[in-house]
Design a protein around this ligand. Structure first.
Ligand code: ADP
Ligand code: ZN
Length: 736
């Protein structure tokens, strides 16, 4: 059809229409008319009216046969934005993820467009500089400003005003008087590109085979999954850097996903040592301006290497050539809000769609990945030992039934003795306890009253540093009272159980001369303070580190040789099908911090169940025993990866509504002999933020399209009205 041959009239049927996906919680596309003179094709980023607002959206398809009756009701596309179009590859990923996770497509698209509020060319910032003599009338505000500008350099106008504590009007006044002049700030220069040959390390003989495999995979360039499987300290980072170097040489982009990007200052430095410059970062702590600039650089293909948290997976790379998922087993890759997706799994999907290689790196692969490697679906690239001949830590169990700490204490006498020896040798010790705060429970000695959150089914956690009792589920907090609210007894409250703050108190009492430091996510005020604290530890200015799982990940502390796990049983036996796997991974990871540089590392596990298969496998350093028993157990139970799981979480402001809806859902589940619907059961966390929660667990054989089954089922479900909410979690990681 030749549009241009038709008479021009805005209502004529020749008007072009496009289907646009808007980044809100909607699944379907919306049709818009294309204004005359605007050229649009799928992938173009546009601004469109949506209700009273204008939103940034993406053209998904040409609508060749728009319903003519709708024409006059359609709105026009507002504007085509000057950014590169979203490639087919990314649009396919959006559709795929939405379909698999049963999320609204608009919600998934939103993750691709998180570039800050302001799209389009970067705004020109104005600068100000001193050009003339100071005026006669010199207020203190004017004086402060002139002082700051007396270096004769160009300062950002708003920065200068902020620094001097004056309003922009003060600057404008001095401009009028000829003292100052404004001019546009020069654009920030694009950062220098990483140099693949900047500092290639000498690889050990064992590393060389893995390096060859990495280079080959990068050079081949097609879809291929490799598991880089190496013990902690074996040099996995160094080795996958070679795949990245190869991809840089080929002019393509690499993405490195990390479970907790906010904490990886050391990683950025290592990258710079290898490639000469730091990579581009992507995570939630970026300022809006940096976010916008980084997004634009990624879309323009000007960022050869991006390191980011899971959300970086959805960025519009111009020419992605490789994905690396570091610590692929980490639970932090699962997003449990909005779209419930697993970034590691979706990274494999993206690599498949984009036809590029992907490297999954871990010392303790997830059972899913391990099985894929055993079946030959993933290539296994092994680094069997630590770099530089360092030994793996020696691991011992401390049987708490025999070596019990004193009442109200948590460090056993044996462990205390070992810590003392370490400190005398001027080495560091790390005490690991995965519990924030001072104590997980506070009760009244007089009446037994326990402090619980008023809107969650959870005890309040005592945080002594902040002097408050805090709910870890909703953030509610209250000052720690001096009087029991129940029986009015004074100073009757007792702390029950340990948190890291209490452990520090105990360590400080045991070793008064030692320098202790607590690392816990709730004590971090900013990434910068966190990074500087980690540096202090790395430089040896701390003797005893007390930390939650925050310390388990990725850090290199050269003087750390002893790790004491205060409660090795903590993660076991809560009915979670992944409890054993998680405990194995976490404890391996945290003990793996020991003895990375010199000396022999040692890990002590304080446990009440040294006979537990996980403890035995840890002590024997028997990786094979752990995977063999865990794989066997999963296969027997039909759990992933031998079967599939999905959770439906139903919540409401009152219990009967939530339970009633959950029962109704279960009753209308389509019959299918390959699928079991379990529940509803009250969730282990039965109330969060005043919402009552019930769960259904859906379990199927491996080859079933569970998403499709859920979609058909839920299409027949009654609408969720009022504050009733239904969340779908395909491949759940959390069962709380
Ligand atoms: P992993 O990620 O497997 O735990 P890392 O990549 O952190 O191990 O490596 C452990 C340590 O060994 C790091 O300090 C790293 O710089 C060093 N290292 C590894 N391989 C080499 C090499 N070929 N040359 C020099 N240093 C290396
Ligand atoms: Zn709460």
């Amino acid at each position: 059809m030749d549009h241009s041959a038709r008479p021009s009239s805005s209502n004529a049927s020749s008007t072009r229409v496009v289907d646009v996906l808007v980044p809100v919680a909607l699944n379907q596309n919306y049709s818009y008319r294309v204004p005359r003179g605007m050229e649009l094709k799928p992938g173009d980023v546009v601004a469109v009216p949506l209700g009273p607002r204008e939103v940034v959206a993406v053209v998904w398809a040409e609508n060749a046969n728009p319903d003519p009756r709708l024409h006059n009701r359609l709105k026009d596309v507002g504007e085509k934005l000057g950014v590169p179009p979203l490639k087919q590859e990314l649009r396919s990923l959006v559709d795929w993820v939405a379909n698999y996770t049963l999320s609204a497509r608009g919600m998934v698209l939103r993750m691709c467009l998180r570039m800050g509020e302001h799209l389009g060319p970067e705004r020109v910032r104005m600068g100000v500089r001193l050009v003339g003599a100071a005026p006669k009338r010199l207020t203190p505000a004017r004086r402060r400003l002139i002082d700051i500008l007396s270096d004769d350099l160009l300062h950002g106008k708003s920065d200068a005003a902020k620094e001097a504590g004056v309003s922009a009007g003060v600057i404008d006044g001095l401009v009028d008087e000829g003292t100052l002049a404004t001019e546009p700030m020069p654009r920030a220069l694009a950062p220098p590109a990483p140099d693949p040959s900047f500092a290639e390390p000498d690889f050990s003989r064992q590393q060389r085979a893995a390096v060859d495999a990495m280079r080959a995979l990068a050079a081949n360039g097609s879809f291929h999954v490799a598991l880089l499987d190496g013990v902690t300290g074996s040099g996995k980072t160094e080795v996958y850097f070679e795949a990245i170097a190869e991809v840089i040489r080929r002019g393509k982009q690499s993405l490195i996903l990390m479970p907790e990007i906010a904490l990886t200052g050391q990683f950025l430095d290592r990258f710079a040592q290898r490639f000469g410059v730091r990579p581009l970062e992507w995570h939630s702590e970026l300022t809006p301006r940096t976010r916008q600039r980084n997004w634009a650089a990624i879309a323009a293909g000007e960022a050869p290497v991006v390191v980011g948290a899971r959300s970086a997976l959805f960025l519009p790379y111009a020419n992605l050539g490789l994905i690396v998922v570091d610590e692929e087993h980490d639970q932090a890759y699962k997003q449990d809000e909005g779209a419930h997706y697993h970034a590691r799994d979706m990274a494999v999907v993206r690599a498949h769609i984009a036809k590029i290689p992907i490297v999954l790196a871990s010392a303790t692969p997830s059972v899913e990945t391990e099985v894929n490697a055993r079946k030959g679906r993933y290539q296994r690239v092994v680094l069997p030992s630590r770099f530089g001949g360092q030994h793996m830590p020696h691991i011992e169990a401390i049987d708490l039934r025999r070596e019990a700490p004193a009442r109200g204490r948590f460090i056993s006498p044996f462990l205390a003795g070992q810590i003392r020896i370490a400190i005398e040798r001027r080495e560091q010790a790390l005490l690991f306890l995965n519990r924030r705060g001072y104590a997980p429970l506070t009760l009244c000695r007089a009446c037994g009253h326990r402090f619980a959150c008023t809107i969650c089914d959870a005890w309040l956690v005592d945080h002594r540093f902040r002097q408050r009792l805090v709910c870890h589920h909703c953030g509610f907090s209250m000052p720690r009272p001096h009087v029991c609210p129940h029986c009015q007894a004074e100073e009757s409250l007792v702390a029950v159980g340990p948190g890291v703050e209490r452990l520090q108190e105990e360590a400080a009492a045991l070793f008064p001369d030692a320098r202790t430091m607590v690392l816990s996510s709730d004590l971090i005020t900013s990434i910068e303070t966190m990074r500087s604290e980690l540096n202090e530890i790395a430089e040896g200015r701390v003797d005893i580190i007390i930390g939650t799982q925050l310390v388990a990940k990725g850090h290199n502390f050269p003087r750390l040789n002893l790790v004491g796990v205060i409660d090795a049983d903590l993660g076991l036996g809560n009915g979670d099908p992944r409890a054993a796997e998680r405990t194995w991974q976490l404890l391996n990871q945290v003990i793996g911090r020991a003895g990375r540089d010199q000396g022999r590392g040692v890990g002590y596990l304080q446990t009440h169940q040294p006979e537990h298969p996980v403890m035995k496998a840890l002590v024997a350093c028997d990786r094979e025993a752990f995977y063999a028993s865990e794989i066997e157990a999963r296969e027997r139970a039909g759990y992933p990866p031998f079967g599939r799981l999905a959770s439906l979480i139903i919540s409401a402001g009152d219990r009967p509504t939530a339970e009633g809806f959950a029962r109704k859902l279960a009753a209308i589940a389509p019959i299918d002999e390959r699928i079991q619907v379990l529940g509803p059961a009250e969730a282990p966390l039965a109330v969060i933020k005043g919402r009552y929660r019930f769960r259904l667990l859906v379990k199927s054989l491996r080859n079933v399209d569970l998403s499709e089954y859920l979609r058909e089922w839920l299409a027949t479900a009654p609408k969720t009205k009022g504050n009733l909410k239904l969340e779908v979690d395909v491949d759940p990681q959390s069962f709380l």
